[in-house]
Design a protein around this ligand. Structure first.
Ligand SMILES: [Zn+2]
Length: 449
């Protein structure tokens, strides 16, 4: 507990505090005290307030844990809207992979990652899991942004940005993880194996070995399309999940991204191995991959977080939009309006997402001892009036533009809807400069998108 004369670094007070703790504590009005980046006080806003160096008065506002985006490819902001309305395989091989080969370099990754960080922060995301190439430049951008991020260096068996020789992909990932771990701060390194279609069994085994040696997490696009499952059954005689398990790949620190085409046996196996799932519904819908059996996966005991996937297949990084789509999609898929109630979807976007990324001891709820990753929404808006249940509004009615303040690790990163850590206008100008080159390139994909 807080001593009477202990001074806080920051206090948010007067708003409705949804802690999302196990008991679902809802303080109206409540206050949250922060010191040294951590939460040291959560209580009703009654009686004399403790002294704080800085006070955020949140009357008429909702305070909740920051949203956790479990999967994206941040630098792909450059390719937002470049090629839409195409099947996944054509989209990747005819448009995205060639554009990446041509345009991805550390300069592009740095600026386009800052743009993704801005979009995420302004829409209430305080933690992201990014998976891409040239990830060292992404780390630089994320550190400037003030976001909390799991940064995963890509591993793929063909020449990739920053890894012209695929034989060295594990070596590059190892160097990245070691350097990033040494930097500390809010960035956690990890390894991203692109998919079972683009990584050989040998590469997947080596990545598993590297993750074990370094104690880092592994992410992989898994069972995204029906075609992937059919190819895997043809070539390996079993499902993608069973195939990966046979390689020893599946363990507690693995994030299975998508898991759209998994059956009950796959789900049971993933649950036994302690694998977390990143559900990226809007990307799966846009690429026509399917809805995914999220109700079945959760019933099997799996922890499912939400992700936007990259801005080229969504096409935004809006976790409020994602929550709404997930809640509606689950009901439509099950033809059952009781499937995935709003409260469960909000937990998937916060607490469960933190668990999927191995960060549940630090973030995902507003509780004493957790890090102060908090967002404050304006509730005084036409589309949020009246308010019987704030949880319902957050999932079904709120919009990312309702996010007013964002705090990461106790630092106010967004104040009154403005980024405080870097110059967003400059970042947008730099990304437009890069996009102008993509647009005017002679053999370019923009023409066919
Ligand atoms: Zn992805």
């Amino acid at each position: 507990m807080l001593d009477q004369d202990d001074r806080l670094d920051l206090m948010l007070a007067g708003g409705r505090v949804l802690t999302l703790d196990r008991e679902g504590t809802d303080l109206d009005p409540g206050r949250v005290g922060v010191r040294g980046g951590g939460i040291v006080l959560v209580e009703p806003d009654e009686g004399p307030r403790p002294k704080a160096d800085r006070l955020i008065e949140a009357k008429g506002q909702i305070i909740l844990p920051g949203l956790v985006n479990c999967h994206l490819h941040a630098p792909m902001t450059l390719f937002r809207g470049l090629a839409d309305d195409l099947p996944l395989d054509d989209w990747l091989s005819e448009h995205i992979f060639p554009a990446e080969a041509k345009w991805v370099d550390p300069d592009m990754v740095y600026w386009c990652t800052l743009l993704a960080a801005a979009e995420g922060l302004l829409s209430g995301t305080t933690c992201m899991a990014d998976s891409y190439f040239e990830e060292r430049a992404a780390v630089r951008a994320f550190q400037e942004s003030g976001l909390r991020v799991v940064c995963a260096q890509g591993v793929i068996d063909f020449p990739a940005p920053g890894v012209p020789d695929p034989a060295r992909n594990i070596e590059v990932a190892e160097r990245f993880c070691r350097e990033t771990a040494d930097r500390g701060g809010l960035i956690t390194p990890a390894i991203f194996c692109h998919s079972i279609d683009t990584c050989s069994a040998e590469t997947l085994r080596k990545a598993r070995g590297l993750a074990d040696r370094l104690g880092v997490g592994l992410m992989i696009h898994l069972a995204e399309t029906k075609g992937e499952v059919e190819r895997c059954r043809r070539e390996h005689g079993r499902s993608p999940v069973a195939y990966l398990d046979g390689l020893g790949f599946l363990q507690k620190n693995v994030v299975a991204v998508h898991a759209v085409w998994v059956d009950e046996d796959d789900a049971a196996l993933l649950a036994r191995r302690g694998v977390g799932v990143a559900h990226c519904l809007e990307s799966n819908l846009k690429l026509g991959s399917g809805l995914g059996p999220m109700t079945m996966l959760r019933a099997a005991g799996l922890t499912v977080g939400l992700g936007t996937d990259g801005p080229a297949s969504n096409n935004d990084l809006d976790m409020f939009g994602e929550m709404r789509s997930v809640a509606l999609g689950a009901k439509g898929a099950a033809r059952d309006p009781t499937a995935l109630p709003a409260g469960e979807v909000l937990r998937m976007a916060t607490r469960d997402g933190a668990r999927v990324l191995g960060l549940a001891d630090w973030i995902g709820t507003i509780e004493i001892g957790r890090q102060a990753d908090l967002i404050v929404l304006d509730a005084d808006a036409a589309h949020l009036t009246p308010m019987y249940d704030p949880v319902s509004h957050l999932v079904y009615a709120a919009d990312r533009s309702d996010v007013r303040h964002v705090i990461v690790d106790g630092r106010v990163v967004v104040e009154d809807r403005a980024i405080k850590t870097f110059d967003l206008a400059r970042v947008m100008a730099e990304v437009r400069r890069l996009a102008a080159r993509v647009k005017t390139a002679p053999d370019d994909h923009a023409a066919s998108g």
